[in-house]
Write a protein that binds this ligand. Structure first.
Ligand code: PMP
Length: 296
């Protein structure tokens, strides 16, 4: 494949407020409410062999994310599903990452947003693994993030809202600057939360442990992997996890639509092995998204 150009300078079609527009024309004005006040929500989903995995769950979450931010997307979940499929087809993509994004427009400036119109765009492009496969095979290295996931009473934590990614981007930037691949974030209480764009799982004595998503996204991949584990008779324990416990876990991995199942070799001072259980679930996930295992 030829060297990719920047994200605003490519061939193809982007669905923009109800119609497909040439890629380079899918623009917003600088005085867009979303750009100034983070009044924007988005999704990230992958298509495998032409099928968008858990598409309706993603479209539903997009709707809910916007509602949490106080605006209604003027297209139904079914219409968003159809638009996503249209984008894939128009760009002749079969394996792709897709980015639906909804935001408040430029009708009004200032913190108040009642006068703004909601907009929706959907883009898709070929995107390989989220983490370098060579690093991921041995397990990626996580830094410990300086920022913590905020308490539910301080931010709309169950919305996939752009504003919540400010601390994620800063944490990932700091991690990469220090030679790590990503960062593990704790929450406001000091409990283990998630990575900057993926949920976290731990393995100990054949059991799977994962933090309760009470202040971060309950990922669609997370729930898929929990089901896959239960289908294999693996016990899944969802609970508060404190950093003190991290040294007792044997394996760790991340889950996300972009990250899929990514093995973790270390998080801060704690090391993990890439073990059998993690490998099994990674394979089950791969089989599921590629249609070799039933998608419940
Ligand atoms: N947490 C964060 C912060 C994320 O950005 C993502 C990716 N959407 C996830 C968790 C995983 O969510 P999902 O499995 O639904 O992609």
């Amino acid at each position: 494949m030829a060297e990719q150009r920047t994200f605003d300078d490519r061939d193809g079609w982007i669905w923009f407020d109800g119609k497909l527009v040439p890629w380079r024309e899918a623009n917003v004005h600088v005085l867009t409410h979303a750009l100034h006040y983070a009044s924007s929500v988005f999704e990230g989903q992958r298509a495998y062999n032409g099928e968008i995995f858990k598409l309706t769950e993603h479209s539903q979450r997009l709707h809910k994310s916007a509602q949490i931010l106080g605006f209604e997307i003027p297209w139904s979940v079914a219409e968003i599903d159809a638009a996503c499929r249209e984008v894939l087809k128009a760009n002749k993509l079969v394996d792709a990452y897709m980015r639906p994004v909804a935001w408040r427009g430029s009708e009004q400036m200032g913190v108040s947003a009642q006068g703004t119109k909601p907009h929706l765009a959907i883009a898709a492009w070929e995107w390989g693994k989220y983490f370098d496969p060579k690093l991921a095979a041995k397990g990626i290295r996580l830094d410990i993030a300086r920022y913590r996931r905020p308490a539910p009473y301080t931010a709309p934590v169950h919305s996939k809202a752009a504003g919540l990614y400010m601390i994620a981007t800063l944490s990932r930037q700091q991690a990469e600057g220090r030679g790590y691949d990503d960062a593990l974030m704790f929450d406001w209480r000091g409990q283990v939360a998630e990575a900057t764009g993926a949920n976290a799982f731990f393995v100990r004595d054949g059991q799977l442990h994962t933090p309760t998503p009470d202040c971060f996204l309950d990922g669609i991949t997370r729930r898929t992997v929990m089901d896959l584990a239960r289908n294999r008779g693996i016990e899944v324990v969802e609970r508060a996890i404190w950093p003190e416990e991290l040294e007792t876990f044997e394996q760790m991995f991340l889950t996300g639509s972009a990250a899929e199942v990514t093995f973790v070799g270390s998080a801060g001072p704690w090391s993990f092995e890439v073990g059998e259980l993690s490998r099994t679930l990674a394979k089950d996930y791969d089989d599921t998204v590629n249609g070799r295992l039933p998608n419940r």
